[in-house]
Write a protein that binds this ligand. Sequence first.
Ligand code: SAM
Length: 251
Amino acid sequence: MEAHVAHVNEEENEDPGAAPYGNFINYYSFNPPENRLSLIPETLLENIGLGSERVLILDVGCNSGDLSVALYKHLLHDEASGSDFPQREVYLLGFDLDQDLILRAQNSNPFPQNIQFIPLDITDDAKSQAVLESYVGKFGCLRFHLCTCFAVTMWVHLNHGDAAFLSLLSKLASLCEYLLLEAQPWKCYRSAARRLRKLGRSDFDHFKTLEIRGDMAAHAREHLENQCSMELVQSFGNTTWDRSLLLFKRR
Ligand SMILES: C[S@@+](CC[C@H](N)C(=O)[O-])C[C@H]1O[C@@H](n2cnc3c(N)ncnc32)[C@H](O)[C@@H]1O
């Protein structure tokens, strides 16, 4: 799998022609971590009752790891300053299907004791289940405390169809106690498909046949709440790209 250079188009959407899985090599130069982090409270872990224990975080589709590392630091905000919050250990596992991006993430990882990056495809059910179960198992846990999935749903949906979109959500729900989800809105799909057409590619031809369309955040919420025993506990508002960050909790 080869990572691709992204270009910002007039709608600030990614160029899918160059990166059919959203595996842009320079993603963070046009969507810096701060765009999302500014919406997520530094006290998120304390707010959801994970202030004093060992915390396991999974970042799905972590690209070159910039947002994963920035999120890790963000959530550890004042550990070093001897604040009122109790000390705790936070471990983050980031994975992505693009091996080149993972290599970059590994090579620039500032906290290798606590953060790990591995190549993995979330749609490879058997392998991903085994690898992720083994990771949490080493900590004596059944699930991650928090799973983040930023800007990945559209790529799985476009590449693998409606069933895979729902199955991704079900899998995320099964992996964690809390899920922080940023689902791309439908206008991004249209933009992705249009750019592919312009490039004469037919990779996403089944885009027209997708039945799950429209308000993608609402579709994701409906599936997570009705089929996956999760409930929406908070919305952190919309990013500069007009995408909502939704926090779900296992019921
Ligand atoms: C648009 S980028 C978002 C990166 C990061 N999550 C963020 O929001 O900053 C989408 C990422 O999802 C990854 N991805 C797409 N399909 C995937 C899959 N089936 N399994 C794992 N990663 C996937 C791509 O390689 C790409 O790095």
